[in-house]
Ligand binder design. Sequence first.
Ligand code: NDP
Length: 463
Amino acid sequence: MAPSSDKGKVAAYDPAPRTEHYEFGGGLGALGVTLAVPFFTYWLAFACTADQCPPWPMSKFVAFHSNGLEAMRASAWWESLWSWEAASVYLAWYFWTVACAIGLPGKEIEGVELRNGKKLKYTMNGECLPSCRFPLADSPYCLFPAFSTMMVTLGCIAAWTYKFGPGALLYIPNHWPQLISAALAWSAFLATFVYYQSYIGTQMLALGGNTPNPFYNASLWFIGRGLNPRLGDFDIKAFNEMRPGLILWIVIDLSMVAYQYSTIGRVTDSMILTVAFHSWYVLDAEFNEPAILTTMDITTDGFGFMLSVGDLLWVPFTYSYTAYYLAFHPKDIGLSGCAGVLAVQLVGYWIFRSSNNEKNEFRSGRNPKNLTSMQTERGTRLLTSGWWGMSRHPNYLGDWIMAWAWCLPCGFSTPLPYFYPIYFGILLVHRQTRDDEACAKKYKKDWETYKRLVPWRIIPYVY
Ligand code: NDP
């Protein structure tokens, strides 16, 4: 484990307390999600190809799928599912990001205090160096995110494309199901590795990671046992959350731009918008990489198949779906269409970024807007005005609005590109419920008082 501060050491510390609450509907829920995530990722890949995409309305959609299933049975589609070459390409990508994480300089940041009173250290190479901040060294705006994995990766892709053309990028759309299989196999391997590693020594387990129920314990392969699995100083969970999958999402998007360009000789306005929005989102996440350290994924959840498949398969291969769709079904939406979509994106981003900034600034001891807050017995204060006075998760609302802006450029001839905001809405409601339960435990009666002051969960006056 990394060197850690001993400040506030907790006297009686149990590294593996009994789990009191089963997440994701227990073992059956875990099994369901384990099967559903890969199935749906493949389904999206096969449902919409260059030759076909299910149309509206739903009756046609069902008929389309019975025909589609027939066609799949008749062809040797399973043969296109696996290739050792694609698996090697995927692993080369993964270990490129590992090499960047280890080799590129970065800033050491302390995580939040753990149950044992210690704090782990993380090297954040997405962190902006003070000399790169604009206009002043303590400004939140990064002029150039020095030495980040993402910048180096994009720089290499730009240089390669400039010298040799976009041909190499076409490998991704041309081997799509095989790359999905490679990412799936690697996330399953990683989950298995950390599962067995969690039994070595006295690793700190996630609170959901230790029950007397054998079926649930077996499903911990999915839910995650170890809270912060590490190899030496290398934090496996934080790395997978931020680097190989999230950056691959943008590389995939660029490959879809290359595909569209290679087939129609230009890039449509809808493709430019969706890729710009995705890149904006990922760059924003990479610029603000240390913010991950206070999220539920890092502080509470164990690292198992749920996170590994989410980070490595689900995010890159399904969040990029609008670019995938537009690569095969190019369309232009014109100036007024672009303006409308941009307006939706800007509103979403404004809510998302300003609400997250309000909380981050407040949590780091600054309150430039003089927002009101309430003292809690736990010691921390809770904001009661500004964005956090309107709902208990205003940042989720902004995030969800942006999700719509990413799909609108795809038009309405098929429902498939809209899977993302629908799925994301369900994820955010589930996440809000989990966070609400966690806060009720942390803050006890103070959380009830806060809920009376801020009754809306995500959307003011609606939900
Ligand atoms: P939040 O950033 O909303 O953090 C929730 C925590 O904030 C609570 O546990 C509590 O922790 C603290 N908090 C709650 N209310 C207040 C208040 N009034 N004042 C001060 N602090 C408060 O949650 P997430 O980690 O879920 O989300 C982070 C971001 O990531 C969001 O913008 C979300 O949209 C995005 N996200 C994106 C996903 C994707 O797939 N694209 C998936 C999940 C999240 P404490 O008091 O202990 O500090």
